[in-house]
Write a protein that binds this ligand. Structure first.
Ligand SMILES: [Mg+2]
Length: 211
């Protein structure tokens, strides 16, 4: 069995980092915590979308080291390894951000972050570098999920499950820690989508209660 997992905001958490960066830049005295609330607050301002994209470019690039491992994610991956389940990380991540001029390699930043958190260590999460897939587009990402024949896919973004080409054989798990995701009208994934607020909840569904 193979489980596919998204990277940004599913394994790596940025809520604290986004708030810190926004405050450092003087955008807020006290920034809203939570990616969605911060993004929405910025978008209401002139040039807000650009400001938000620049903030993301920094968080996913130069300041990636300050991102947090989501609570319970490491435990989940470790149990997969112990249960003979292969974990593949499949991320829509271009090499460079469009809105950053510092030239940071975003894929390298993510890989270094995984190294720092023991993802490839024999005593750590024991993933292989071959288990990490960075794709240029969302379409390429779902094609990779299909190619890998993932039985489950875990992502914080509902749109991934609705993307044409998302394999019908993969069970969709929405990681929704704030419980605030709004189902867009016409999102195809609707009924079969499993919503979970915490990694332990995902583990309960996949490994059974009391895992
Ligand atoms: Mg994500």
């Amino acid at each position: 069995m193979r489980i596919g997992i998204d990277f940004d905001n599913t394994i790596a958490g940025y809520d604290g980092l986004f708030a810190t960066l926004a405050e450092e830049r003087g955008l807020f005295q006290q920034a809203p915590v939570g990616k969605r609330d911060l993004r929405d607050a910025l978008r209401r301002r002139p040039e807000g979308e650009l400001t938000w994209r620049r903030l993301q470019a920094t968080a996913y690039g130069a300041r990636m080291g300050d991102a947090e491992l989501q609570d319970g994610a490491a435990r989940f991956i470790r149990i997969c390894g112990q249960s003979g389940i292969t974990v593949s990380i499949v991320s829509h991540k271009t090499r460079h951000a469009n809105f950053a001029s510092d030239g940071t390699d975003l894929r390298r930043a993510a890989t270094m972050w995984m190294e720092a958190h023991g993802f490839f260590d024999a005593m750590g999460l024991k993933l292989s570098r071959d288990d990490i897939h960075f794709e240029d587009t969302r379409a390429a990402k779902v094609a990779k999920i299909a190619e890998l024949n993932c039985q489950w896919f875990i992502d914080d973004l509902e749109e991934v499950f609705a993307e044409p080409g998302f394999p019908g054989s993969a069970r969709a798990v929405l990681f929704d820690p704030h419980g605030a995701a709004v189902t867009a009208a016409g999102v195809a994934a609707g009924a079969d989508l499993l919503r979970c607020r915490h990694w332990d909840e995902i583990g309960g569904h996949i490994f059974g209660a009391g895992h």
